[in-house]
Design a protein around this ligand. Structure first.
Ligand SMILES: Nc1ncnc2c1ncn2[C@@H]1O[C@H](COP(=O)(O)OP(=O)(O)OP(=O)(O)O)[C@@H](O)[C@H]1O
Length: 924
């Protein structure tokens, strides 16, 4: 007998659990008792086989929006290597994370390729009597619905290129069964899980009665006590062709709750489970005909999403929260399965209850993880990849459903048909809810028994409730303990992780230590060489030190040069002093010369004045002698005249008396004039003498002053030369001190160097010995000691250098100070000399001015005296002229008078008259 689709009717129960019969859902225990087929042994064998959940990864192309936003790609897929690489930018560094999956499909992968490569084998397993689940997991908008559903069908009934897993699986099942010409039946269920509520997507909507029924009897999940979950109240739609399934799918898909989010214009807000159950009659083995049953669950999960990024608000946010909650539970279930936890939290959400058999159960499971290549979704992509990567480690133990014998199946069916027929008959006869008497009695008895059972059950229930309360409390305490234990476990895990990392560190350290040991061994081998090289280095250092000492010598040489320079400077100072002395001497000489010159000049002047005075005296004497001669002549003339007068006295006594009176008055006037002239001349000479004396005194005074100035200059020059001498001796002392310091330094340095060398050698020998005993430890100490020693020695040397530098600087600054002091003293001395010189020059100029004034005074006096002499001369001349004129007039008058007298006395006075005339002419 073959089973045709006509023999199926809609069932009242469905779910993801194996539901082997479309006619009567047989209780598993009943089946086990009655229908254990020949595959049982093989199933036992299957049970022991553990199969990992297969995980595929699909990366969709960049969406239009992402392309518009110029989103960069961070995902690259290597389908051959089955690798997905995520390129991240961490701290400006590109970090690549690589994930490996069972299969990887890049953005260019076609729906058909994915199906053929990954899903078709699973569908074949279903047709072999296995329960299989394919579910799509991923961030919202990454192509879960596209992968699972895609396009359903073309107008002609063909599958379009974008047809997803569900339509292709349906087509494959039908095509395979038809190709095998198999007897089969097929039924489908389509449910939606939204906010933890299950909705039947295939339930007809038009009937209000059904709607009410649905309201009255909400679809619930039930455990069958064997770990399987039954979805109670779910419509099982028998299908006979692929197109029928497509129609149902379209109807169901249209009912699914979708919404427009920022990430997907038609985002599925619920999880959907589409199940196909196939019963296939197997070719008879002996007399018995067997039916095998396979079930394919196709799950399209709602998108895991970042609520803020998807733009979910209020209701949508709650919705997203619920979605994420159920996905979180799914994640926890996966983690628990991977970690082989004792407790798997299936019961925490309806999604995990529904998928219970697919995760860690007897179902063959395939997860399709979908991701976006865009950098904007990087965080969610990484989470999906982690999630999927973990899911790879879930192990299922797929078991083929037990085949039912046709006889058992038929018996069940007949009984069911009979029951139904009776129902129909009773309904037709009594026009109400009537049932046959036997059945009524039977049912009453059953009812009574049931009531009793119910009572008993109620009692049991009460007891159980009490017990359950107890157990609940216990459970709660257990939970608490579990939580505590979990936290402890977490701590342990953390500790374990720490210990692991420490272990890793230790291993790393161990490895490093081995490496270092090797390195150290190598170093030891090298150490000898390095010691030699160190000795070489020491030698080099020594040579360096020698160089340094040479440098110091050159420094000394420089110091010698400096000394020489100082000596030169000293000699220069000395020559300068001597020159200064010379100059001062020259100055002194010049001043002395000028003084002597002045003296000479004065002497000349004196001589001139003397000679002038002498000549004047001579002239005066000559004048006096002339006057005397004249006087004598006059006296002789007077005598002659007296004689004449005596002779002519008688005749000219009155005239003669007048003449003698005039002459005597003239003589008196001349005498008086001469007396005054002599007095004046004497006065002038006295004045000249006094002025000359004054000049002399002045010259003596100025000479004395100049002498004093020069003496002072001499003393200060001596002081300066003394100071310079002291300064140079100071410098000499400083230099000798400095030389002794340098010698000491050199001695110290050489001492230190030898000490260091000795210590170094000793240390090297000692360490070499120790190094052989304790290589690793000593190496460390050796290195530190050496570095410390070297740093100490270098520090010492540096300190010494610093000290030396400081002393040098001090010496230099002292020398600079001394030279600055000397320079100041020199400046002072030069200022002093300059001031003295200026003073001397001023005093010399002053004395010269005084002398010039004196000389001018002298010349004035001489001029005055010359004037006086001129005056005297003119006065004498005038006097002479007047006296001559008077005398002439007197003479003429006398001649006139005497003419008469002459005539009278002509004869008498002819001889005397000639004489008087001659003498008068001589006098004139
Ligand atoms: N591989 C692909 N090739 C071409 N288009 C794709 C692909 N994957 C997804 N898409 C497109 O991306 C959009 C979103 O895809 P889909 O609705 O399947 O995402 P989803 O993961 O189901 O999202 P949600 O979780 O919000 O329901 C759709 O327009 C779909 O056509």
């Amino acid at each position: 007998m073959s089973l045709t689709p006509d023999q199926f009717r809609k069932g009242a129960m469905g779910g993801l659990v194996p539901s082997p019969s479309p006619f009567l859902t047989p209780r598993p225990e009943r089946r086990r008792a009655d229908s254990r087929g020949p595959d049982w042994f093989s199933n036992r064998q299957d049970r022991d086989k553990e199969v990992n959940v297969q995980v595929l990864l699909r990366c969709r192309p960049l969406s239009e929006d992402e392309q518009k936003m110029n989103a960069s790609r961070v995902i690259s897929c290597n389908e051959l290597k089955r690798e997905v690489t995520v390129s991240q930018n961490v701290a400006n560094k590109q970090v690549d994370r690589v994930f490996t999956f069972d299969k990887v499909f890049g953005p260019k992968a076609q729906q058909r390729t994915i199906y053929d490569q990954a899903i078709a084998p699973i569908v074949n397993e279903v047709l072999d009597g296995f329960n299989c689940t394919v579910f799509a997991y991923g961030q919202t908008g990454t192509g879960k619905t596209y992968t699972m559903e895609g396009g359903m069908r073309n107008k002609g009934g063909d599958l379009p290129a974008e047809a997803g897993v569900i339509p292709r699986a349906v087509r494959q099942i039908f095509d395979t069964l038809e190709a095998q010409n198999a007897d089969y039946s097929m039924k489908v269920t389509f449910l939606e899980l939204y906010n933890e509520e299950i909705t039947d997507l295939l339930a007809p909507e038009e009937s209000s009665r059904y709607a009410e029924d649905r309201q009255r009897k909400p679809i619930s999940l039930m455990e069958d006590g064997k770990g399987c979950v039954i979805v109670r109240g779910l419509e099982e739609e028998a299908v006979y062709s692929a197109n029928e399934i497509y129609t149902l799918l379209e109807r169901g898909a249209a009912k699914r709750r979708t919404a427009d989010t920022l990430l997907n214009k038609r985002s599925s807000r619920s999880h959907s489970v589409f199940s196909i159950t196939v019963h296939i009659k197997e070719s008879a083995v002996g007399d018995e005909e067997l039916i095998k049953c396979g079930k394919l669950n196709l799950v399209d999960l709602a998108g895991s999403e970042n609520i803020s990024r998807s733009g979910a608000r209020e209701g949508r946010a709650r919705e997203a929260g619920e979605i994420n909650k159920s996905l979180l539970t799914l994640g926890r279930v996966i983690s628990a399965l991977v970690e082989h936890s004792a407790h798997i939290p299936y019961r925490d959400s309806k999604l995990t209850r529904l998928l219970r058999d697919s995760l860690g159960g007897k179902t063959k499971t395939c997860i399709i993880a979908t991701i976006s290549p865009s950098a904007h979704s990087l965080e969610e992509t990484l989470s999906t990849l982690d999630y999927a990567y973990r899911a790879k480690n879930i192990k299922n133990r797929p078991e083929a459903n037990q085949k039912m014998s046709k006889a058992v199946l038929l018996k069940d069916l007949y009984l069911e048909i009979e029951r139904m027929k009776e129902d129909v008959r009773a309904a037709r006869d009594k026009n109400g809810v009537y049932i046959p008497h036997e059945r009524f009695v039977q049912e009453e008895a059953e009812k009574k028994a049931r009531m009793e059972k119910i009572e008993q059950l109620e009692n049991d229930l009460n007891l159980s409730e009490k017990q359950s309360n107890k157990y609940h409390e216990l459970y709660l305490t257990e939970q608490e303990q579990r939580l505590d234990l979990e936290s402890v476990l977490k701590d342990f895990k953390v500790n374990l992780e720490k210990t692991r990392t420490e272990l890793l560190d230790l291993q790393e350290n161990h490895r490093a230590a081995i490496l270092t040991l090797k390195e150290k061994e190598f170093i030891i081998s090298k150490l000898l060489c390095s010691e030699n090289s160190l000795i070489e280095r020491a030698k080099e250092l020594r040579s360096d030190l020698q160089h340094a000492s040479e440098d110091i010598n050159s420094l000394f040489a420089k110091l010698d040069d400096k000394d020489k320079m100082e000596a030169e400077n000293r000699s220069i100072v000395l020559t300068f002093g001597s020159r200064l002395d010379q100059r001062l001497k020259d100055l002194h000489k010049t001043i002395l010369g000028s003084v002597s010159q002045q003296h000479q000049q004065l002497r000349c002047m004196e001589e001139h004045a003397h000679s002038f005075l002498a000549s004047k005296c001579d002239a005066t004497k000559a004048l006096e002698s002339r006057i005397k001669n004249m006087t004598e002549t006059y006296a002789s003339g007077v005598i002659t005249m007296k004689e004449l007068a005596n002779k002519i006295q008688r005749s000219t006594s009155s005239d003669l008396k007048e003449m003698s009176f005039a002459f005597s008055s003239q003589i008196e006037a001349i005498e008086q004039f001469l007396v005054t002239a002599v007095l004046e001349a004497k006065k002038v000479i006295e004045d000249l003498q006094s002025s000359l004396n004054e000049q002399k005194e002045l010259l003596v005074f100025s000479a004395r002053q100049q002498e004093e100035g020069l003496h002072r200059n001499l003393i200060s020059a001596q002081e300066i030369s003394n100071a310079t001498f002291h300064f140079l001796t100071d410098i000499n002392n400083q230099a000798s001190k400095f030389m002794t310091v340098l010698e000491e330094m050199e001695a110290k340095k050489s001492q230190q160097l030898t000490n260091f060398e000795n210590r170094f050698k000793e240390e090297a020998v000692r360490e070499e010995k120790q190094a052989i005993e304790k290589i690793a430890a000593i190496l460390a100490t050796l290195t530190s000691n050496r570095s410390a020693m070297v740093s100490e020695a270098s520090g010492c040397m540096k300190d010494m250098d610093i000290q030396d530098n400081r002393t040098l600087q001090q010496q230099m600054s002292m020398m600079q100070q001394v030279s600055a002091d000397v320079g100041k003293e020199m400046c002072k001395y030069i200022e002093k000399v300059e001031s003295h010189f200026v003073k001397d020059t001023f005093s010399a100029a002053e004395s010269r001015g005084i002398m010039e004034d004196g000389l001018q005074e002298c010349s004035k006096i001489v001029n005055v005296s010359r004037q006086q002499w001129e005056n005297a001369k003119t006065y004498i001349n005038e006097l002479n002229k007047s006296s001559l004129a008077e005398i002439k007039s007197t003479v003429r008058e006398n001649i006139k008078r005497n003419h008469t007298v002459h005539e009278e006395l002509l004869s008498t006075l002819s001889s005397t008259g000639a004489e008087v005339g001659a003498r008068t002419e001589i006098c004139i």
